[in-house]
Design a protein around this ligand. Structure first.
Ligand code: MEV
Length: 434
C-alpha cells in the first residue's frame, strides 16, 4: 500500500478525479475503470447521486424488486423493495399472496408523534427553574413560529414542551422534552432546527439572572426512539386455513409450533434478535426503496423490543377458539415528502408505485412487509428449515462467485432443482466431481 503516512488534510475539498487519483496511488493500481463503470450515463441523475454523500466516488448498486398481491386494510399494493438478500422478496411475495387469500394485513397507526430534546445543566435553584419554565416554554413557541408556520399549515407543529429533571441520576442534568407532529415528513431537520432555536431561548432566559443559577446547553437533537409513532399489523385466519403452508404438519400442530417459536423469541435474546431481524428484512427493503432512514427505524425498533427490560420479539401470537392471530407492533418515523424521498429518482418512483401514500399509510405498508417476511421465515423454520429455499435463491450468486459459464449455470440450475444447494456441492459440480 502506498499510504502517504501523513495526515491527509482537506480531503473533502478534493475533486472526484483527485479522490480517484488518491486511491490509484493508495492501492497502487488504476481503479478508475472499476469506479467509472457504475457512474450513471444520465448527467442529471449522476449529479443527484454525487450530491448524496461527502467524498463521493461512485454509485453502489443494489437490486430493486417488487412484491405484488399486498392487501392492506382492503387496498391492493405493489410494493418495491431494495434488498440484497436473494430470498427476501421471494419470501415476502409468497406470504403476501397467502395472506391476500386469507383476509390480508390489518393495520392501524397508533400515533405519529416524535420527540426531540434540549439537554442542559442547571447549577442553581431548582424551584426557580421549575417555576419559570412555563414562561420559557411559551417563549420557545413564539421564537420558533417562523420555523413552525409551514408545518402547522400541514397539520403538524409543536405539541408539548416539558421540563424533565434527571438530577437524581446525573448531577445538575435536565432536559426539555419536545413533542412534534411532522405531517408527511420524517421531520428530522424541522425538529432539529426548532430545538436549536429553543435552546437559544432557554440559554438566554435562564442566564438572564445569574443570581438564580447558571444554565449550560449541551446539545439539542431529535430522539430516534419513537414509541409514540407506532404502527400495528395483525394477521388472522382460522387455524385450518394454515394447511396450505403447514408442510408435513397438521394445521393445529403447525400453529402450536409457530406459537412456540415466537415464545422462544420472548425468552431468549439470541433467538429474539434473529426473529426481529427477519421482520426488518421486510421493512428495510421498503424503507430503502422509498428513501427513508433505515438506521433510525431499526434503532427505534430494537429499543422498543427491550422496553420492558429484556429484549423480546416484536410480534405476538394467540391461538384461541380455532383462530390464529399474529400481530406486530413497531415504532417508526417515516416520510413521504422531503429528504431523499424527493431527491432520489427511484424513491420517487417507489412512492408512485405505492400510489403516493401518506406517511401513516407508508408505515402500514412497511409493517405489513415486516410481517410477511417474519411469517415466511417462521413458517420455513418450523417446516422445511430455512436453508433449502434460501440456498436455492442463492445458487446464481454461488455460480457467479465460482466464475461459471452461462452453459454451466443453466446446467447447474437444472441439476440442483431437486438437490440440496451448498457452496461445496456447487463447487464439486462445477469442478466435474459429481
Ligand atoms: C434471515 O435473513 C432471516 C431469518 O434468520 C429470520 C429468522 O430466523 O426468523 C430467517
Amino acid at each position: 500500500m502506498n499510504h502517504p503516512k501523513i495526515l491527509i488534510k482537506g480531503f473533502s475539498k478534493f475533486s472526484r478525479e483527485q479522490r480517484v487519483e488518491f486511491l490509484n496511488q493508495w492501492l497502487n493500481e488504476n481503479v478508475q475503470p472499476e469506479l467509472d463503470a457504475f457512474l450513471h450515463s444520465n448527467a442529471e441523475y449522476q449529479q443527484a447521486f454525487a450530491g448524496f454523500s461527502e467524498n463521493y466516488l461512485s454509485n453502489f448498486y443494489l437490486p430493486m424488486g417488487v412484491v405484488p398481491n399486498v392487501l392492506v386494510n382492503g387496498d391492493w399494493y405493489v410494493v418495491p423493495m431494495v434488498v440484497e438478500e436473494s430470498s427476501v422478496v421471494a419470501a415476502a411475495s409468497r406470504m403476501a399472496r397467502f395472506w391476500a387469500e386469507n383476509g390480508g394485513f390489518k393495520t392501524e397507526v397508533l400515533g405519529t408523534e416524535k420527540k426531540g430534546q434540549v439537554h442542559f445543566t442547571w447549577k442553581g435553584d431548582g424551584y426557580y427553574l421549575r417555576s419559570i419554565f412555563p414562561a420559557i416554554a411559551k417563549q420557545m413557541r413564539k421564537d420558533t413560529e417562523e420555523l413552525t408556520r409551514g408545518m402547522k399549515s400541514r397539520g403538524g407543529g409543536i405539541k408539548k414542551i416539558e421540563l424533565k429533571d434527571y438530577t437524581q441520576q446525573l448531577p445538575a442534568y435536565y432536559h426539555v422534552d419536545v413533542s412534534f407532529e411532522t405531517a408527511d415528513a420524517m421531520g428530522a431537520n424541522f425538529i432539529n432546527s426548532c430545538l436549536e432555536r429553543m435552546a437559544e431561548t432557554l440559554d438566554a432566559k435562564l442566564n438572564a439572572h445569574p443570581e438564580k443559577g447558571s444554565c449550560e446547553v449541551l446539545m439539542s437533537i431529535l430522539s430516534n426512539y419513537t414509541p409514540q409513532s407506532k404502527v400495528k399489523c395483525t394477521l388472522e385466519c382460522p387455524v385450518e386455513a394454515l394447511e396450505k403452508i403447514s408442510g408435513n404438519y397438521k394445521p393445529k400442530h403447525f400453529a402450536e409450533r409457530f406459537r412456540m417459536a415466537v415464545e422462544i423469541a420472548n425468552h431468549d435474546v439470541s433467538r429474539a434478535v434473529t426473529h426481529n431481524k427477519g421482520i426488518y428484512n421486510g421493512i428495510d427493503g421498503v424503507v430503502l426503496a422509498t428513501g427513508n432512514d433505515w438506521r433510525a427505524i431499526e434503532a427505534a425498533g430494537h429499543a422498543f423490543a427491550a422496553r420492558n427490560g429484556s429484549y423480546r420479539s416484536l410480534t405476538e401470537v394467540k391461538i384461541s377458539k380455532g383462530i390464529f392471530r399474529y400481530s406486530l407492533t413497531i415504532p417508526m418515523a417515516v416520510g413521504t415528502v422531503g429528504g431523499l424521498t424527493k431527491n432520489h429518482p427511484l424513491a420517487q418512483f417507489s412512492l408512485k408505485m405505492l400510489q403516493n401514500p401518506s406517511a401513516g399509510r407508508l408505515m402500514e405498508i412497511m409493517a405489513a412487509m415486516g410481517m410477511a417476511n417474519n411469517f415466511s421465515a417462521i413458517t420455513s423454520l418450523i417446516t422445511t428449515g430455512i436453508q433449502s429455499g434460501h440456498m436455492k435463491m442463492h445458487l446464481p450468486n454461488i455460480l457467479n462467485q465460482l466464475g461459471a459459464t452461462e452453459r454451466q449455470k443453466q446446467l447447474a440450475m437444472e441439476y440442483f432443482a431437486d438437490k440440496k444447494v451448498s457452496f461445496s456441492a456447487v463447487k464439486k459440480y462445477i469442478d466435474g466431481k459429481v
